[in-house]
Design a protein around this ligand. Sequence first.
Ligand code: UD1
Length: 406
Amino acid sequence: MATITVKGGEALGGRVMVSGSKNAALPIIFASLLTKGESVIRRVPDIGDVRVATSIIESLGARCERSGDTLLINTERLTFRRPDDNLVSQIRASTYLLGASLARFGIAAIQSFGGCDFCKRPIDLHLLACRAFGADVRGDSIFSHGLRGASIRFPKVSVGATVNAILLAATASGKSRIENFAREPHIFNLIDYLRSAGADIQVLENVIIIHGRELHGGNVAIDGDPIEAGTYAALSAITGGNITVLGIDPASLESYLAPLLEAGAQLDTDDGITLRALPKEQTSIVAEPYPGFPTDLQPIAAPILACARGGTIEDRVWQGRFGYLAALAPFGVRYRAYPTGAEIFPSELRAADTIAPDLRGGAAALLIALAAVGESRIRSSEIIARGYENIEKKLRTLGAEIRIDN
Ligand code: UD1
């Protein structure tokens, strides 16, 4: 288990380049299983979740080679086997194996899919998609004798189930229609990759239309990570610093920045993104599916509210995603949690020790620790490295005193 030790309370400043988006890289790595040939994926973050995803596809016969931030994946010769439960249970993105494995091998295993344990994470919508394309769910396996194009309208918007429906439709015979789908930017990054591999995908206002095709290797660059960008932007504001976040399209942070700016935070976008000042008023945040405020950034916004005038956070994607606040309490963060949200009060911070509860909750604790004067420790911090590339090096460049002991 790793522990991060930081000496906080200093204004941090400088320029930081965000890495490729975790949530875009993961579906693309699994989507490569649909193709026969070599794919070139650029700007792939070297983070724990990507390493696990790569190991899973290697266990099916894919040959992966990293050169700098480019990942070459050769999927010419693959064989189905039930992936190692220990790997699958580490990352939520292993649910993409349902669609990818069914499409490539006609069989997929239902396993204990992992990921951050902040809420109950059902897979009913993923199974709904598999059945719609003609697959049979029997016990802990799913079988298909040739996927058929389908019309599916999800009863609820799900990023993961949308990814699986796209993967199933990409090589299924005939035409598919997917309605009530997730519109997060990483869904479009996945579509870019599949198109580069020969897929026929059209996105209209309310429906995705896909004509199934055989796919060859693809070539794509992963977009900058908006969650990582939002994290460094928050760090700038809460330390009273001047951090310029580079490598991200400001438009992809619009929904995150909107409530902060409405409450009086100051933003500079002349050269990258700099969040210069904290909100001057109470901030009200409601996390919703895209284009709403991203749920993965609500734990990152909590330190901003605590350092500014407080406010409320409601999460309509993961209603119970507030367990992380208990990990911020030792630092003096004051809050009142209720079933679908929390009220955060302006807080006097102090250095403390805590345990990283999950990836984004752990990042929130690290932000608070960097804002609080004195030496703090975040234990079980390896979970943060699952989603942040080179975090120690990047924070040092910004002037942070940080040490990670493994
Ligand atoms: C992905 C992201 C995660 C982010 C989430 C929402 C990855 C690897 N993870 O997770 O970081 O927090 O999107 O933006 O990209 N649901 C069901 N049944 C299902 C599937 C989901 O009811 O079969 C519900 C969930 O309980 C949740 C909501 O749908 O309330 C959204 O979940 P979903 O969008 O599927 O999240 P993930 O794809 O798991």
